[in-house]
Design a protein around this ligand. Structure first.
Ligand code: B1M
Length: 214
């Protein structure tokens, strides 16, 4: 089995030690840490999601899988940071949050890591963040971009609320909004009037750079 497949299997098994050991091995083998996250660990998480949906896995196993993935990502983090160009160019400020009602933050944290290593200053408001708190902070730090993540169909409904609120306050043009997360699509982002959508963390960097330079 190739190492990316082994990583996916280790996440599915919720095996923290194996995730750590495979991530260390990946660094020794000079594998691209971002590819390792996206093609390895994240693939395992997709399977976990499908198994949870079909009733083959339950909440404690999903939590264990999340712990294992986080442990693997933590090992890769310094390698991603040292490969970044953050110290070379400053692109702007991003206020980042997982939207209200949503506790999923693994993907948002990966987006944060890549944005930070690409030259953005990040204000991470964490998870389950109310629309008003996101707007307050964006105004406070004079954000170049607001980035919001949602992992559930039930919580992505707060994203249009954010955009509507910005419109009502008359500050929509000042704060471009980038949205993402597994259930979010490009079409939906357009429909709600978001300024940018990214499918993954690598795409988020590209989109944020475009929005910050407008
Ligand atoms: Co939950 N969960 N979960 N969960 N969970 C999902 C999302 C679900 C799809 C599983 C399923 O049923 N198939 C389902 C949602 C169904 C729906 O849409 N309504 C679900 C459910 C139901 C729940 C609970 C309700 C379960 C329960 O309690 N009965 C509960 C909800 C709690 C809450 O939020 N209120 C819950 C809890 C949890 C855990 C705590 C156990 C854990 C989260 C741990 C954590 O995040 N700290 C968890 C996990 C791990 C998942 C799955 C399996 C994996 C999510 C993940 O981390 N993926 C997920 C199934 C799935 O998504 N396939 C599932 C890996 C991550 C790297 O990918 O987050 O997609 P992702 O991020 C990517 C891209 O989406 C993108 O870039 C990232 C990196 O490439 N991206 C952005 C993300 N944000 C972006 C922002 C951007 C741009 C790109 O711009 C700003």
């Amino acid at each position: 089995m190739d190492s990316l497949k082994q990583m996916a299997e280790a996440v599915i098994a919720g095996d923290v030690e194996q995730c750590v050991s495979l991530a260390r091995q990946a660094i020794q083998d000079n594998l691209d840490p971002v590819e390792v996250i996206q093609q390895g660990f994240s693939n395992g998480m997709d399977t976990v999601g499908r198994k949870f949906e079909s009733g083959e896995m339950f909440l404690p196993e999903m939590m264990q899988a999340a712990e294992a993935m986080n442990a693997g990502v933590a090992v890769l983090k310094p390698a991603i940071e040292s490969s970044g160009s953050g110290s070379l160019q400053e692109f702007g400020k991003v206020v980042l949050a997982t939207i209200q009602g949503d506790m999923h933050d693994i993907g948002k944290n990966i987006v944060k890591l890549l944005l930070a290593t690409s030259g953005f200053e990040i204000t991470d408001l964490g998870k389950d963040v109310k629309v008003a708190a996101i707007i307050d902070r964006a105004e406070e730090v004079q954000a170049s971009v607001i980035g919001v993540s949602a992992l559930m169909t039930t919580t992505m409904g707060y994203m249009p609320d954010l955009i509507q609120e910005l419109q009502e306050l008359g500050i929509k043009a000042e704060f471009p909004v980038m949205v993402g997360g597994a259930p979010v699509t490009e079409e939906w982002a357009k429909e709600i009037g978001a300024d940018g959508y990214a499918k993954d963390a690598v795409g988020a960097v590209r989109v944020a750079k475009g929005l910050a330079q407008k």
